[in-house]
Design a protein around this ligand. Structure first.
Ligand SMILES: CC(C)(COP(=O)(O)OP(=O)(O)OC[C@H]1O[C@@H](n2cnc3c(N)ncnc32)[C@H](O)[C@@H]1OP(=O)(O)O)[C@@H](O)C(=O)NCCC(=O)NCCS
Length: 172
């Protein structure tokens, strides 16, 4: 299995596949086509030359926020998600990294990278809270709520955990 990770825009057909698969993933919020299209340099993973998933990386201040993160169903449990996240963490050693997830696989992977878990959203650094607040207003839509209710998403999200990691390259 050859895994290649690059940063580029998603194609329309990749977005269609992500939206299709995303309908069946309980831990993923509704991501609109326009939101996928708006990502300028998401991390794209290909397996043996075929599109297999994506992770967005939003930059703000000295931070990046990871997600939405989706590996296509066909590739789950093969180590693809871990390779993708490891690459992003390696590429961004100079920055603070933030990720939130209710997915047990993501929590397992992220904990293996020694991120610090934060259980209460209010305890997150101020810059992260402000960024999340700004994004909430951008993403709210009828479909966001409809899909959330359909997936029982809001119930699952009770298990959401927040993780942060400081820069590992900085000289102290
Ligand atoms: C979550 C996701 C990105 C993980 O990618 P993946 O390629 O399936 O994950 P990997 O195979 O690389 O690794 C999964 C790890 O989680 C572990 N794992 C799997 N199920 C688990 C569970 N229920 N509890 C704890 N750990 C679990 C696996 O053992 C593996 O760890 P290991 O490498 O130490 O053995 C992918 O499954 C996905 O896209 N899911 C749907 C969308 C989603 O929920 N996205 C996350 C939103 S934040």
């Amino acid at each position: 299995m050859e895994v290649l990770i690059t940063q580029r825009k998603l194609t329309d057909s990749e977005i269609t596949t992500l939206i299709h698969d995303g309908k069946f993933f309980p831990h993923v919020a509704y991501v609109s086509r326009s939101r996928w299209q708006s990502l300028s340099q998401p991390y794209i993973v290909e397996v043996d030359g075929v599109f297999a998933g994506v992770c967005a990386a939003y930059h703000f201040d000295k931070w990046i926020k990871l997600g939405p993160l989706e590996v296509l169903k066909l590739y789950h449990g093969k180590g693809v998600g871990k390779i993708l996240l490891q690459k992003i963490v390696n590429d961004n050693k100079d920055l603070n990294i933030f990720i939130a997830s209710s997915n047990p696989s993501v929590k397992h992977i992220i904990e293996s990278f020694k991120f610090t878990p934060i259980s209460n959203i209010l305890s997150l650094p101020k810059e992260v809270k402000l960024f999340l607040l700004e994004k909430i207003f951008e993403h709210l839509s009828f479909n966001f709520f409809y899909e959330g209710l359909r997936k029982n998403f809001f119930l699952l999200r009770r298990d959401v955990k927040y993780y942060i990691k400081g820069p590992t390259n900085s000289k102290k």
